[in-house]
Design a protein around this ligand. Structure first.
Ligand SMILES: Cc1cc2nc3c(=O)[nH]c(=O)nc-3n(C[C@H](O)[C@H](O)[C@H](O)COP(=O)(O)O)c2cc1C
Length: 434
């Protein structure tokens, strides 16, 4: 079943059920433009086997990026990177995959080193005390600023289409701006952009409508939302179902289900947690372990209220679990991220029957055992384990960006140190460039 093609509501045919889910590349230079390294990286992933390749988060506002080396598309400079954007699309689609651009605004999760006063729906600060992570004091947006952000998303989407990308995704998950609007504990507005879920979804709906108007009816528009923020008083599973209902009357082509924010990083592991609320890994239910994908149960509830194709990302590793999720109708598309960092062609290998399970390095990446392990009783050690594992994947992405295959012997501690150094330089260069 994973090998079967699928036709999206807009008419686009996807060659199989796999999507390489978005992974931030963090390889742009000081100008935040696409460069040769993106082409090298996607040269590998063009042979990944996945029907859809989602880019990492491409930013729509340089003052609100997820990291200093993101690609950013803005009206004032976009022409300077058009040629490379076109090459990015060309190289990625050279083996039959469709390249979609994920568009994002980091909101209050913009690193503090880059913006000490980031825009957000309300002035609610992040509650994070992880080593080396700093965030600014969010400033509540004016209506004019909200309209500006909506227009920026629509503008970047048209640049994606004009450059030969085959679709876009609006990132409305993981605690970035568009998911902040949806979350009642972050969006405390009392105007038309806050309050009941219809109002909290307004900005997202306006972006979708604006994109559809500009992009036409045959161009895929996808949205990534959280199944839940996993925060008390935050965006709940019930909210997620309500948003799905709202989106089902908008003309979207694929809804991706994930979960969590920087305060509760559940998108990488149902029990993983970074920051002050940190606690040892939760014990997962047997049924969740068997199904692998930790947001599948939520997708089941969302499926009941919407007919649009669903994609679930997070934890899928075996062909057996993937096929059974498709067969049982939980989702139509399987999102895969981390396995493609260690083995860029692994989806193709699975489709060819050479392997039955995608590689899952995240299970092995740990600083040590006992109190040094990801289950350590100490917050700081758990956070360091989490970061070093995450940074290991960033390191492998950079290896491929340099035209090399991933280095599986690279240690998580080395990855942590090297990425910290890169981030430090990135922030310094960003300040110089701005
Ligand atoms: C290195 C890395 C970068 C990521 N960057 C993004 C991103 O830019 N946008 C996004 O929506 N999710 C991002 N994610 C989350 C993934 O899309 C995905 O939801 C998560 O890795 C779980 O899927 P997996 O178990 O198949 O890895 C990132 C994950 C990793 C490991």
């Amino acid at each position: 079943m994973v090998g079967e093609s699928i036709k999206l509501p807009c008419g686009q045919l996807i060659k199989n059920r796999f999507c390489k889910s978005a992974m931030t590349e963090r390889i742009a230079g000081q100008d935040n433009f696409v460069n040769k390294r993106h082409l090298n990286l996607y040269d590998f992933w063009s042979k990944s086997g996945a029907g859809i390749l989602l880019t990492g988060n491409v930013q729509i506002d340089r003052m609100h990026m997820e990291g200093p080396s993101n690609v950013c598309i803005e009206k004032s400079t976009y022409k300077e990177q058009l040629k490379k954007l076109k090459q990015w699309a060309e190289i990625s689609e050279s083996h039959g995959s469709k390249l979609w651009m994920q568009l994002s605004h980091a909101g209050r999760q913009t690193p503090g080193e880059m913006n000490a006063a980031p825009l957000a729906p309300s002035s609610v600060p992040l509650d994070i005390k992880a080593p080396g992570r700093k965030f600014g004091a969010p400033v509540a947006m004016t209506e004019e600023q909200i309209i500006d952000v909506i227009n920026r998303f629509i503008f970047a989407a048209t640049v994606a289409q004009d450059s030969g990308f085959s679709g876009i995704q609006i990132h409305s998950a993981h605690g970035y701006l568009m998911s902040e609007f949806l979350s009642p504990d972050v969006n405390k507005r009392t105007d038309a952009w806050g309050g009941v879920i219809k109002n909290r979804s307004r900005a997202l709906v306006e972006i979708i409508r604006g994109c559809r108007k500009r992009l036409g009816t045959d161009f895929p528009i996808s949205v990534k939302i959280n199944s839940s923020d996993f925060q008390k008083g935050g965006f709940s599973a019930e909210d997620s179902i309500e948003v799905a209902k709202i989106l089902s009357s908008e003309k979207i082509d694929l809804l991706e289900i994930s979960g969590g924010t920087y305060e509760h990083v559940s998108f990488l592991d149902a029990g993983e947690d970074l920051g002050i609320n940190s606690k040892p890994k939760e014990i997962r239910r047997e049924s969740t372990i068997a199904r692998e994908a930790y947001f599948l149960e939520y997708a089941k509830d969302i499926r009941e209220v919407m007919n649009i194709p669903l994609m679930v990302t997070g934890g899928f590793r075996t062909k057996k679990a993937m096929n059974s999720a498709l067969k049982e109708g939980f989702c139509e598309v399987i999102g895969v991220a981390r396995p493609l960092c260690s083995h860029p062609y692994c989806v193709q290998d699975l489709l060819d029957g050479q392997i039955e399970k995608l590689p899952s390095y995240e299970e092995r990446l740990r600083l040590g055992n006992g109190w040094l392990s990801p289950n350590s009783p100490f917050n700081l050690v758990r956070a360091a384990n989490f970061l070093s594992s995450q940074y290991w994947f960033y390191t492998q992405i950079k290896k491929m960006a340099d035209g090399k295959l991933p280095d599986l012997n690279f240690g998580p501690l080395a990855a942590l140190l090297s990425e910290y150094k890169i981030d430090y330089r990135g922030y310094r260069d960003f300040k110089k460039a701005i």
